[in-house]
Design a binder for this molecule. Structure first.
Ligand SMILES: NC(=O)c1ccc[n+]([C@@H]2O[C@H](COP(=O)([O-])OP(=O)(O)OC[C@H]3O[C@@H](n4cnc5c(N)ncnc54)[C@H](OP(=O)(O)O)[C@@H]3O)[C@@H](O)[C@H]2O)c1
Length: 240
């Protein structure tokens, strides 16, 4: 049974991705800071196929050893889904370095450290691995208050394309899914008016369903996507 390492499994998109991968026959090793009731229920429904570790991605220096040390060293990891992220939402004129640095730690530095660990694991175990990063439509569209957040996702899109070039010869693929606005905890503070404005902009006039994004991730990890690497896939209800 292939193993996927998924970050941010406690809720939102990460929980949906873990659910779809388990339904598709994967074993899932999940990471977040807390185990939510929904995650515990998903794990209980798939005995023997789910593991979890508390990892704080705000501490990139520790991440690779915690994950790819004793926990996963002896076990091939066939896929990495780098989904966990935070949004420091503010105007550029209000920029404060501590929250900016914290966001880059979670959204950029830890994912890069996890990719390093995943590639080393894939090479050691001789598996043709697949990496999927979760980006954001804001890289392309821009969004007031999200310039700094979008910059972290733009960095990841560039990193993913570079990873694809660097490791394709060893059978390792890297792609990004690029969701539009989803109704998760990350967007819970938006007002009714802000939501309506976002919905109006989308061709489908509705938020992006995490199920669609998760299905795209599952496809990209599968052998059916064996010729796809270095790409970004928009799943955004027609927002762009
Ligand atoms: N929601 C949207 O509209 C939207 C749009 C475009 C792209 N995205 C992207 O989609 C992905 C998923 O977002 P979401 O909406 O599902 O967000 P969410 O509901 O806020 O969930 C975030 C997940 O990341 C984990 N996480 C946060 N900080 C962490 C840390 N320091 N260490 C370890 N885990 C951490 C959280 O778990 P714990 O709190 O338990 O640690 C949680 O499982 C993100 O990459 C986000 O940027 C979201």
């Amino acid at each position: 049974m292939p193993t996927a390492l998924v970050t941010g499994v406690s809720r939102g998109l990460g929980l949906a991705i873990a659910g779809q991968l388990l339904a598709g026959g994967w074993a899932v090793c999940g990471i977040s800071r807390e185990e939510s009731p929904a995650w515990l229920a998903l794990a209980a429904a798939h005995p023997g196929r789910v593991e979890w570790r508390a990892v704080d991605l705000a501490r990139p220096g520790d991440v690779e050893e915690i994950v790819f040390g004793p926990w996963l060293a002896r076990r091939p990891v066939h896929a990495l889904v780098s989904n966990a992220a935070i949004a420091y939402d503010d105007l550029i004129s209000n920029l404060q370095l501590p929250p900016l640095e914290a966001m880059f730690a979670v959204n950029v530095f830890s994912p890069m450290a996890l990719v390093r660990g995943a590639i080393r694991n894939m090479l050691l175990h001789d598996v043709p691995g697949s990496i999927v990063h979760v980006s954001s439509v804001t890289v392309e569209t821009g969004a007031k208050g999200l310039a700094m957040y979008a910059a972290t996702k733009g960095a990841i899109e560039a990193f993913s394309r570079g990873t694809a070039r660097e490791w394709g010869s060893r059978g390792i693929r890297s792609n990004c899914v690029v969701p539009g606005y989803m109704e998760t905890e990350m967007t819970a503070t938006l007002t009714v008016e802000q939501r309506a404005k976002i919905h109006r902009r989308a061709a489908l006039q509705q938020p992006t369903d995490p199920t669609s994004v998760a299905a795209t991730v599952a496809f990209l990890l599968s052998e059916r996507a064996g010729s796809i690497t270095g790409q970004n896939f928009g799943v955004d209800a027609g927002y762009r």
